[in-house]
Design a protein around this ligand. Structure first.
Ligand code: 5RP
Length: 224
């Protein structure tokens, strides 16, 4: 079993019948969703899932996990999601898979958030992983120039065929190369304040539990 599968399966042990569960996006969250699907089918686990992307919705539907949209629930008990980088204070970068906007909306409705990663994602400072910023297409070239002028070395995210990547909300992603990000709260607020920016990939003060896949097994790390 690879590290992503190990943490994904272990995260599913935090889920109990009666819960509303946020289902994350990405290659690690994939295994969590698969395990939840297995438990729904084989163990009668009775949950409502709230998905964070079109991709995860399709996966969950195939597995027969009952779903509601984020607007149909009062709150989410637990969300389990991946991350691209996690700093020692548990601030993180998300959005490598392009789902940062829905992921953040779901996270903000969640009483508890558990991140699942392999050990390569644990870093001293954020920013070696490109920081995704979701922007509306109109005016995005102007935002791009602003990021360039600030020295953030922006790149529009593109598909293999060279076309611009479109998020589930039909927006673009501009990835920034800024290292080290020493104050993610302030930097995130600065980015979010720019007109045309829909969301940015710094997730701060959200989680207190990280499950880390290592060659020796899964380590549970908590804040404090
Ligand atoms: C998607 C995300 C993912 O959770 C993040 O990119 C980690 O993905 P993976 O588990 O595939 O490394 O934020 O938008």
């Amino acid at each position: 079993m690879n590290m992503k599968e190990m943490v994904g399966k272990q995260a599913a042990t935090y889920i109990e019948s009666g819960m509303t569960v946020g289902l994350g996006t990405g290659s690690t969250a994939y295994y969590f969703v698969e395990e939840i699907g297995r438990r729904v089918k084989e163990e009668g686990l009775d949950i409502i899932g709230v998905t964070t992307s079109k991709r995860t919705k399709e996966q969950a539907e195939k597995l027969g996990i009952p779903l509601k949209s984020v607007d149909e629930v009062d709150f989410i008990d637990v969300t389990v999601d991946g991350a691209d980088e996690i700093a020692p204070d548990f601030s993180g970068i998300k959005g490598g898979g392009g789902a940062l906007l829905f992921e953040k909306i779901v996270a903000e409705q969640s009483k508890r958030i558990i991140w699942i990663v392999d050990e390569s994602k644990m870093v001293d400072y954020l920013g070696r992983f490109p920081l995704p910023v979701e922007v509306i297409p109109y005016g995005s070239e102007q935002l791009f120039k602003k990021f360039e002028a600030k020295g953030y070395r922006p790149k529009f995210r593109v598909l293999e065929n060279g076309e611009r990547y479109l998020t589930d909300s039909q927006n673009y992603i501009i990835d920034l190369d800024v290292f080290p990000i020493k104050d993610p709260v302030t930097f995130g607020a600065e980015l979010k304040a720019l007109t045309g920016v829909v969301e940015q990939g710094l997730f701060t003060n959200m989680t207190e539990t990280v499950l880390i896949g290592t060659p020796d097994g899964v380590k549970v790390q908590t804040l404090g």
